[in-house]
Design a protein around this ligand. Structure first.
Ligand code: ATP
Length: 370
């Protein structure tokens, strides 16, 4: 069993800096867990504590049913793949992959079998005699993966393994890593600051900010029901529109006043938590994703209760869709619309939004209200 459990794990560096605070997470066997967040949020520190490369200041780390806080890295049954591959330049691909097993005094025939099996999975059998300098970036990345695979560890840790690759290769390797996970059926913990990588690879994603977990959920739930403004803004591209809004009460429902010209009347079910929370007369933050605002007739007819007008500032054609940028009060907003749109910069355009997809956040605590 390669389940992991982190209980109140903290990391305080010797200079007193708290890099990870009260990290609690249960990881089931064979999960593909992603740690994602902006630079410096504590992703690598957490991964390195799991690997045993960084001491845990307080809290407990369990792998299976064993408390491993004080277990040496080599005895944790974990393999780590780093962003810089860390291949030995003077050794062939074969020797790079075999190195860890040789150190463990694994019999030669078993090493040979493991290396060839891993090379086959990764499609690098034809490269086994080459030195790393004679490989492309993607091939080196595969060798680094191969070196981890040959050990058949219980858990793979990957720290931004694709960050040195160009955009096209990243997409290819992303698919490869997904396949690898299905094939190896091991637990993977993967660090990235790239939200596309996080969304496409993870069975669950841990969003971190300033060393504190913001939300742990499936990619779909993170996207559809973010807990707070940070998660709402971090997951999704272009990012969710987030606009300050004044709450005006009208009996059992409320209207959100986003600007002098844009007001949205909320249905009773969306209004209730706002009224119950005592937000009438206060400012909240309204959040809606670009794809939930459109300018085509069909959409406007369907969502006729939530239309508004705005002047288009920027038109971006992305092939299958068009992003229209416009301002609501002082905030630049985006609508992801059908490429057949006739809207161009300078046009006053009628938009509608799908109110069922609207999120409302507390401006002070930044937590979700509804
Ligand atoms: P990135 O995406 O940039 O790699 P990260 O989320 O992986 O960032 P960490 O490397 O875990 O971030 O670092 C978390 C915080 O801890 C950062 O603010 C970093 O400056 C700090 N930090 C890292 N190592 C040390 C150290 N040895 N001493 C003091 N502070 C450190």
């Amino acid at each position: 069993m390669a389940s992991l459990s982190l209980k109140n794990v903290c990391k305080v560096y010797p200079n007193g800096f708290v890099a990870v605070k009260d990290f609690n997470l249960e990881i089931a066997d064979q999960e593909f867990i992603i740690f994602v967040g902006p630079s410096g949020c504590g992703k690598s520190t957490t991964l390195r504590m799991i690997a045993g490369l960084e001491e845990i200041s307080s809290g407990e780390l369990w792998i299976g049913d064993k408390l491993v806080n004080d277990v040496e890295p080599k005895d944790r049954d974990i393999a780590m793949v780093f962003q810089n591959y860390a291949l030995y330049p003077h050794m062939t691909v074969y020797d790079n992959m075999a190195f860890g097993l040789k150190l463990r005094k694994v019999p030669k025939a078993d090493i040979d079998k493991a290396v060839h099996e891993a090379a086959k999975i990764l499609d690098i059998e034809h490269l086994l005699d080459r030195k790393p300098k004679a490989l492309s970036g993607g091939q080196r990345q595969r060798v680094a993966m191969g070196r981890a695979i040959v050990r058949s560890p219980k858990v793979f840790l990957m720290d931004e393994p694709l960050s040195n690759l160009d955009a096209k290769l990243r997409v290819q390797m992303r698919v490869e890593i997904s396949k690898l996970h299905q094939r190896l059926q091991t637990t993977i913990i993967y660090v990235t600051h790239d939200q596309t990588e996080a969304m496409t690879l993870g069975t669950r994603i841990v969003v971190l900010k300033d060393g504190i977990i913001q939300q742990v959920d499936t990619p779909q739930n993170l996207y559809n029901t973010p807990n707070n403004i940070f998660v709402a803004g971090f997951i999704g591209s272009p990012q969710m529109n987030l606009v300050d809004a004044e709450v005006v009460g009208n009996g059992s429902s409320v209207t959100l006043k986003l600007s002098d010209t844009v007001s949205i009347a909320l249905p009773a079910d969306k209004s209730k938590p706002i009224i119950d929370g005592g937000y009438v007369g206060k400012t909240v933050v309204a959040g809606i994703r670009p794809e939930d605002i459109k300018d085509d007739e069909e959409f406007i007819t369907k969502h006729s209760a939530t239309t508004f007008e705005a002047t288009v500032k920027v038109y971006e054609l992305l092939g299958a869709e068009v992003n229209l940028h416009y301002d609501i009060a002082d905030t630049t907003c985006t609508a992801k619309v059908n490429p057949r749109t006739t809207a161009r910069p300078g046009d006053v355009v009628k938009f509608a939004m799908d109110i069922s997809r609207l999120h409302v956040f507390d401006k002070e605590t930044e937590q979700i209200i509804t």
